[in-house]
Structures are given as C-alpha cells and as structure tokens.
Write a protein that binds this ligand. Structure first.
Ligand code: NAP
Ligand code: ZN
Length: 360
C-alpha cells in the first residue's frame, strides 16, 4: 500500500476518535479532489451505527487512528466528475459502507460488490491511491459515483440516513431468503436496536409474523404497539423461550455483543436459518446439537450491494419506511456514543451535520 496521497487537497472539517477511549473531537483533514468518477457531497446528516462505536473504541482491534466514523451518509451533490453517470448537482444522495471494490470479480460483476475481496470501506479503509478513508462525521464527502444511491423524494433525509447501513444490512438477507416478495413466514429479530427495529418494519411490511427476541423488557410495548411486532420474547425468560420452541422459519440476529446462540437456534423450525449480522468482538459459541437435531443453518452477511441498496431505498419509499431517530448536533456525538453503548437509544442517533458551528 502506497503511503502517498496525491491530490488530497480538499480541506474538510469533521470529527474523529484518536485513541481507544473512543472519545470524538473536532478534526480537520484532507480528502481527494473530485475525480472524473467522483461526486462531491455536502453532507447533511450521518447516522451513528454501532459499528462506529466498535471502531472508535478499537473493539475489533483493526482501527487506524485517527478514525472519522460514519457510513450512513446523506447529502446533496455539489460537484460531478466528467465520467459520472446518473447523478447531477443538487441530487439528494446517500453513501453507505462501500468506498471501492475491484469492479471486475465475480461478485462485483453480479452486483455483490460487498463480497469483493478487494472491498474498501468509507472509513478505516485504504483507498486505491493509498490514502486512509474518512467517513461521514464530516461536512464534505467525495465518493465514486458507483457507490452512491439516490434518496427518493418522499423520504426525509435525516430518517433515511440509517437506511444506508442498518436498512440494507437487514434487507439483503430478507431478500436472499425470498422474504421480500413471499409473505406469510414466521421470522424472528434478535436485538431491537438500529438494525433490529428496521428489520421489524420490513418484516411487517412484507407480510410476515414477526417475533422480537430482546434483553430489554421495556421494549415490549414499543415493539408491539409502535413497530407492529406480533410477539415479544424476553431472552432471559426460559418459559417464554420454551413456549416458542421450533416456531420460526428465519431469525435475523443483530446483537452487537457476546450472547448465547443456542436459545435462538431452538426457536427455529426444522430447516430454519439463523442469519447473523451483528458483529460482537468475542467469538460466539456454536454447539453442534441444535444444528444436527433441527437441520438448521447458521449464516452471516455484510450489508448489501449498491444495486440492492437502491432497490431497498425504493422499497422504503413504497412502504414509507424510515428509521426512528434521535437527531443530535455534532457537539453531542460523545453523549450519543455513550448512550448507544448503554443500549439507550430509540432507535438510531443521527448527526445533524449542517448544525455544526465552529465550537463543535
Ligand atoms: P444497536 O443499535 O446497539 O443494537 C444492538 C441491539 O443488540 C441492542 O439494541 C440490544 O437489543 C441488543 N444487545 C446489546 N447488547 C446485548 C447483549 N450483551 N446481549 C444481548 N443483546 C444485546 O446496534 P446496531 O447499530 O443495530 O448494530 C448491531 C450490530 O450489527 C453491531 O455489532 C454492528 O457492528 C453490526 N453491524 C453489522 C453489519 C453487517 O453488515 N453485518 C452492518 C451494520 C452493523 P435488546 O435491547 O432488544 O436486547
Ligand atoms: Zn453500520
């Protein structure tokens, strides 16, 4: 990897974590100038994904400090390169986790760039020119247009921001398992956080019976009355778990911390699938017995491809699905991160980037 960063002359104000305390402070840095395939975006809002917290605190041991987190980016295009197709100045757009991929492998050629071996993320990645990528906790973003999507006019920009990561991460496995167009299945969502609450909204919009499996008793009423979940299981309650044994076709596990998989597997019917998208820092234990006695599968996946992300955006416009958000000014990022770590958010913090002043 080259250390040189030619044409990185665009000065950008943002917010970065500088060490594993995870504390975020103002940070001015350089981005590349708009290239022929790039669009420059004035960022309006950026969601705070739990992944940002994992990186800020180096919980996965791969953080390159200073890290400017943020991969739920929405804004307006202010500049387009000469080879850009399908985007123009003034367009409302979003950027998720992807900054670059090889564009040539079997995955890139089948719209699954998210599984490209040379994939680079929008932050804590190494771009083609050798530079470290910086994310959306910043005022300006420069993106290759092939990793940008349109935000439908009917969706509010702030509440649409989390769709760029949380939304696509739960949409993609549902689509992969034929759960977008074929209603009537029994699906479970483990962890009612940023990802989980959007999964519940999708599950209901697509006509399924949705069970939330949660550690938080206080979320039961919200899950049922506000998000429309059909059932709620407290994962610490053995009676409730036993009562729902072998009842679900598909479970999406969005939990951010170490937790037991066996109770989730026991909730699956024979042939059921446990799909893991949560990314705890510690390994999860996977005993063989619940698999072999139920012919069950455990899979995982990362976000979705760009074409699929646009499809998801359009589906969200069709069903009027956005994230439940708490909008914060940039000077409150640390407070938001602390509350996110304590599971105290309903259900996604979104930073109002345009509200930044010279003091924050
Ligand atoms: P989040 O908003 O913090 O939600 C996570 C939920 O997990 C919490 O709301 C909580 O729900 C549950 N939970 C937390 N600690 C737990 C524990 N110790 N035991 C059991 N349950 C616990 O986080 P998020 O932004 O949705 O992200 C969730 C995870 O997905 C993170 O690890 C993130 O890095 C990962 N992620 C992966 C992808 C991907 O592409 N695969 C994309 C985005 C994010 P209850 O209160 O209901 O129990
Ligand atoms: Zn994310």
């Amino acid at each position: 990897m080259a250390a040189t960063t030619p044409n990185h002359s665009l000065t950008v104000s943002g917010w970065a974590a500088h060490d594993s305390s995870g504390k975020i402070s103002s940070y001015t840095f350089k981005r590349r100038e708009n290239g022929v395939n790039d669009v420059t975006i004035k960022i309006l809002y950026c969601g705070i994904c739990h992944t940002d917290l994992h990186y800020a605190k180096d919980e996965w041991g791969i953080t390159m400090y200073p890290v400017v987190p943020g991969h739920e980016i929405v804004g307006v295009i202010t500049k387009t390169g000469s080879d850009v197709k399908g985007f123009k100045e003034g367009d409302r757009v979003g950027v998720g986790c992807l900054a670059a991929s090889c564009l040539d492998c079997e995955h890139c050629k089948t719209d699954q760039e998210n599984y490209c071996d040379k994939l680079q993320f929008v932050y804590n990645g190494i771009f083609w020119d050798g530079s470290i990528t910086y994310g959306g906790y910043s005022q300006i973003f420069v993106a290759d247009y092939r990793y940008v999507v349109h935000i439908p006019e009917s969706l509010p920009m702030d509440a649409a921001a989390p769709l760029l990561c949380a939304g696509i991460t739960v949409f993609s496995p549902l689509k992969d398992h034929d759960l977008v167009a074929s209603p009537g299945k029994k699906i479970g969502v483990v962890g009612l956080g940023g990802l989980g609450h959007i999964a519940v909204k999708f599950g209901k919009a697509f006509g399924h019976h949705v069970t939330v499996i949660s550690t938080s008793p206080s979320k039961e009423a919200e899950a049922k009355q506000h998000l429309g979940a059909d059932e709620f299981i407290l994962s610490s309650n053995p009676t409730q778990l036993q009562g729902a044994r072998r009842s679900l076709d598909f479970i999406l596990d969005t939990v951010s911390a170490e937790h037991a998989l066996v109770p989730m597997l026991e909730l699956l019917k024979v042939n059921g699938t446990l799909f893991i998208v949560g990314a705890p820092d510690k390994p999860l234990q996977l005993p063989a017995f619940p698999l072999i006695f139920g012919k069950r599968s455990v899979k995982g996946g990362i976000i979705g491809g760009i074409k699929e992300t646009q499809e998801m955006m359009n589906v969200c416009a069709k069903y009027n699905i956005t994230s439940d958000i708490e909008l914060i000014t940039p000077d409150r990022i640390n407070e938001a991160m602390e509350r996110l770590a304590k599971n105290d958010v309903r259900y996604r913090f979104v930073i109002d980037i345009a509200a930044a002043t010279s003091n924050n």
